[in-house]
Design a protein around this ligand. Sequence first.
Ligand code: HEC
Ligand code: HEC
Length: 217
Amino acid sequence: MRFGITLISVCASAAALAISMPAASQAPEAADTCVECHGENGISTDPTIPSIAGASPFFLENQLIIYQEEARPCVEQVFQNADPKPAENHCALAQDLSEDEVTELAEHFADQQFRPAAQSFDAAMAETGASLHERHCDKCHSEAGTFTLDDAGILAGQWKEYLASTMKDYASGARWQPEKMQPKVEELSEDDVKALLEYYAREGEQRWDSEPVQASE
Ligand code: HEC
Ligand code: HEC
């Protein structure tokens, strides 16, 4: 439980910051690099890159710490194409951030309005996905994974392609996974995962009032 320990200290510093400073409305400087891939205000137009807008600050901070610890795939190939090349990979990029920058970036992107991905879905599979979600996932990803206080990321309206690849990373152990989520994910067949992702695609435009975002390609 390395993360548990790190997290407590991050939360403590986030709380201290909240008391000592009014909410920052200006984007932190380090956000310039992030939006090159994650899109303006953290709304991604690339289905392989997650939107990071509107997720909880706790979740976003946690992911940056997980990258610092290299407990998620470091996505090197994406960085090879980036121009200018900001860092060797996502883990190195996270490792270059100070503790304050991690907190500021998490708060900044959490403050942005999430916009659902405009993506097609298979209606029958989405229906199957709805009941799978209810049974296996809803407890921690309530309201189709749009309730940000769950601190578990955003599922409905997130790009399907990204969700598919991160679900594979959980299954293979390449991404650190909450202990309680693991037994649920292990119960799923490949078809179950596909159905769940069709459900999150269907729910995206239904659950969010904000304007859907189109893929850039
Ligand atoms: C070169 C492109 C690139 C840059 C620059 C970049 N990211 Fe990422 N980021 C990605 C990709 C691709 C993923 C998804 C990786 C995966 O599949 O696990 C990701 C994942 C994330 C996640 C996890 C989101 C989730 O839902 O789990 C967070 C948080 C994040 N990035 C924050 C940042 C921040 C903050 C910055 C700037 C300091 C940044 N990223 C810069 C490409 C980039
Ligand atoms: C016991 C609670 C729990 C259950 C049950 C659970 N999850 Fe999670 N899930 C989490 C937490 C907590 C996170 C955030 C993980 C982190 O910080 O890395 C998460 C993260 C995720 C992510 C990554 C989101 C992102 O933006 O990167 C996906 C995808 C996901 N869960 C899908 C599912 C699916 C599908 C199910 C049902 C089969 C499920 N989860 C069941 C707690 C749970």
